[in-house]
Ligand binder design. Structure first.
Ligand code: NDP
Length: 272
């Protein structure tokens, strides 16, 4: 049985992962900004706003005091930002980076010493289909998840010799509160040139809120399955929409690279 440490366990994916891990008999440290809202009696509930590095260190101390180890870190806490790249204010862009990027780094810095000392463990990064593909209206959010994917790929290489695994999870649209006003921040439309497109996108996201195709209960089961494998993948897509979008991007990139290969390989020094 493993000890899980889950961020953002109050609702959505985080809560479902906690529920599934407990159901299978794992031990769970469930963390949230308001731990009294964590709906599980069997978990150790700990306060953690991931943007607070000192609180992350304290939360890890509490986890180790409770169970003596941490086997699985689930970096789940995160939020969206809907709006064009140009319309996202400096404040809005920094706020979403604070949670989705610097929050993950804060929690990792607190947990990794435990995993390295054990010479075992598994870090699960909740990225997104937006961590591999940038689409209009989701640019700054995508940038946060691209950042997570970049450092996670490097981290996987750094931790592999120390017996610690990393898996990047790329969900498509799942039926959580992600598109809800309680979670999704919307950049104010300020530029007329984008107004029609962004208004349509907002309407579409409002229609899709709580009607997304992905089932977070099934996603949680798939994620907990990954933690029980000897050789989990570095990346996994969840949801048909994620598989299709990422596969289309890979095809496009391969075709574009082939088309421009002569230019790409023409810039080396002649003696290289
Ligand atoms: P929800 O909005 O349902 O849940 C988000 C969770 O993150 C909540 O528990 C929230 O806590 C927590 N959270 C937000 N900010 C912080 C913070 N600063 N510190 C601690 N916890 C915080 O969305 P999801 O469950 O869908 O999102 C979970 C992850 O999945 C995110 O990283 C998201 O980017 C990713 N994802 C979701 C997709 C989807 O379609 N659902 C698609 C792709 C990726 P609180 O209750 O306090 O607000």
């Amino acid at each position: 049985m493993s000890v899980f440490f889950v961020t953002g366990a109050s609702r959505g994916f985080g809560a479902e992962i906690v529920r599934e891990a407990l159901r299978r008999g794992h031990q769970v440290v469930a963390t949230a900004r308001r731990p009294d809202e964590i709906p599980f009696g069997d978990a150790v509930k700990v306060a953690l706003d991931v943007t607070d590095e000192a609180q992350a260190r304290t939360a890890v101390e509490q986890a180790v005091a409770a169970y003596g180890r941490i086997d699985v870190l689930v970096n789940n806490a995160g939020r969206g930002l809907l709006g064009t790249v140009e319309e996202a204010s400096d404040e809005a862009a920094r706020a979403v980076f604070d949670t989705n990027v610097f929050g993950v780094l804060n929690v990792q810095r607190a947990v990794l010493p435990v995993l390295r000392a054990q010479r075992s463990g598994h870090v699960i990064q909740l990225s997104s289909v937006g961590g591999f593909t940038g689409t209009p209206g989701w640019g700054v959010y995508a940038a946060t998840k691209f950042a997570v994917e970049g450092f996670s790929e490097a981290l996987a290489g750094e931790l592999a010799p120390l017996g610690v695994k990393v898996t990047i999870v790329e969900p498509g649209f799942f039926r959580t509160d992600f598109l809800d006003g309680s979670s999704l921040h919307t950049a104010d439309a300020t530029i007329e040139d984008y107004a029609a497109a962004i208004d349509r996108l907002r309407e579409l996201m409002a229609e899709r809120n709580h009607a997304q195709p992905g089932d977070p209960v099934k996603a949680a089961a798939a994620i907990v399955d990954l933690t029980e494998l000897p050789e989990p993948p570095l990346r996994i897509q969840l949801g048909t929409d994620a598989v299709e979008r990422i596969s289309a991007k890979l095809d496009f990139m391969r075709a574009e690279m082939a088309k421009w290969r002569t230019v790409s390989t023409s810039t080396d020094h002649d003696d290289a």
